[in-house]
Design a protein around this ligand. Structure first.
Ligand code: NZQ
Ligand code: ZN
Length: 388
């Protein structure tokens, strides 16, 4: 049965290969000073930077550059961004990049007018913003996180070996996001597949929970099928617009809060992945793929009927003359074969994790209670060890 909920997603999306022109419609809504947030330079190589600058200039904006947002943005970089915003009295934070730029923009947005230490306030104490919030806009260049239409912001603190996400409310979500699938063509294949697995796992995290009949689970199955189908086309032909546009759109729907409505959610693969990321700084989607199978095989007995449904509905495993356990295992095997076809990381050793990190990673793993089994620290150690 669906539990009670409210739903509103205020982010305006512009989708398609001509979508950047709509930046002209959005910019007049904000003041003159625009903090242009981007990463390590990919947007300068693929021409997106020049195109955005041209539109900003045509709209008479003062452009304040804030570059060098790294994958898995750090707390140090966050302070840099806050200072830039304060010194320039910015009116709009425009993130041009992947989830890291968009997440970072949100963390800056809630910190510019806040006197507390942002790491402590938002990522340790999980308080909500009580200050003025600077609006965020996004030009997305990588499909995966869903950050373009949600309130999530993940910041890494290497000193404390912690990577923590805060899901902010509607007032922090991007005011608008521009999604041009062609902007993702220049991504290296490794990033493309990491993004694809991130999308798939976001859906799994919201699917593997509950035993009721729930509309959200049917939506999740449809999205998973679309991602599997398009992913196999995209890895063979990265410039297949149909596949890349479906992947980009699925990414947004996988984590814009819709498919979690009315049900509990798991998110333990992400908690494990974030702990691995805090120690290795590995690519987010790869940290998830590397821990997924040991985790799902461990919890399968506690949620057997959903794993059986996953096998038959998502992977078309036939159920004739087989036990539920066999069907569920075949489903996970099919997922494993797909992951290998994509070339995903299948263990954490290949991401730089070593045995001596396991204890610390387990310590850094937040334990959530929405899935089929609330893990103990010993069980987390077991799963991480099986992921080596
Ligand atoms: O920095 P540049 O030079 O731009 O290069 C980036 C970066 O190296 C490159 N890239 C992006 N678009 C490109 C491109 N290269 C060529 N052509 C393009 N069009 O790709 C690399 C990865 O980018 P990044 O933004 O780090 O990737 P992603 O979108 O996966 O974001 C990862 C971050 O998002 C967090 C992750 O933990 C991680 O910190 N997440 C945010 C979530 C949310 N807001 O809801 C949920 C997710 O589960 C996730 O935790
Ligand atoms: Zn993710």
């Amino acid at each position: 049965m669906l539990s009670n909920f409210s739903y509103c997603n205020p982010t305006k999306l512009y989708f398609g290969d001509d979508s950047l022109k709509y930046l002209n419609d959005e910019l007049p809504k904000y003041g003159k000073n625009v903090q242009l947030i981007y990463g390590g330079g990919s947007i300068k190589k693929n021409g997106i930077y020049d195109a955005v600058i041209q539109i900003l200039k045509a709209n008479g904006k003062n452009i304040i550059e804030d570059s060098g947002v790294m994958p898995n943005p750090t707390v140090e970089k966050l302070h840099e961004g806050i200072n830039i915003a304060r010194e320039n009295n910015v009116d709009l934070l425009l993130a041009v990049g992947g989830g890291s730029c968009c997440d970072y923009a949100k963390a800056v947005a809630v910190s510019v007018y806040c006197n507390d230490d942002p790491w402590q306030k938002y990522f340790v104490r999980f308080e909500e913003p009580s200050c003025k919030i600077v609006p965020v806009g996004c030009v997305l260049t990588m499909a995966g996180t869903g950050s373009e239409m949600n309130g999530g912001s993940v910041i890494t603190n290497h000193q404390e070996n912690r990577k923590v996400g805060h899901v902010f409310g509607q007032e922090v979500m991007p005011k608008f996001s521009i999604l041009n699938p062609k902007f993702t063509y220049s991504l290296p294949l490794r990033q493309v597949v990491a993004g694809i697995y991130d999308i798939f796992n976001h859906i799994c995290e919201q699917y593997f929970s509950g035993t009721d009949d729930n509309t959200s689970d049917y939506l999740a199955e449809a999205l998973m099928k679309s991602v599997i189908h398009s992913s196999l086309i995209a890895v063979k032909n990265p410039e297949d617009y149909e596949a890349r546009s479906n992947i980009m759109w699925s990414a947004t729907w996988a984590l814009n809060t819709l498919i979690s409505k009315g049900k509990t959610t798991d998110w333990m693969v992400h908690m494990l992945g974030h702990a691995v990321g805090a120690y290795t700084n590995a690519t987010h989607g790869m940290t998830l793929s590397a821990v997924s199978l040991p985790y799902y095989r461990y919890i399968m007995p506690y949620g057997l009927s959903k794993f059986k449904r996953f096998a038959t509905e998502v992977w078309n495993i036939s159920s004739t003359d087989k036990s539920d356990q066999q069907i569920a295992e075949e489903g996970l095997k099919a997922m494993e074969n797909w992951m290998k076809k994509l070339g995903l990381a299948m263990n954490i050793s290949e991401l730089g994790a070593t045995k001596d990190m396991i204890e610390g990673m387990a310590e850094s793993t937040a334990i959530l209670t929405g899935g089929y089994k609330t893990l103990t620290k010993d069980e987390i150690i077991k799963i991480l060890t099986a992921s080596l």
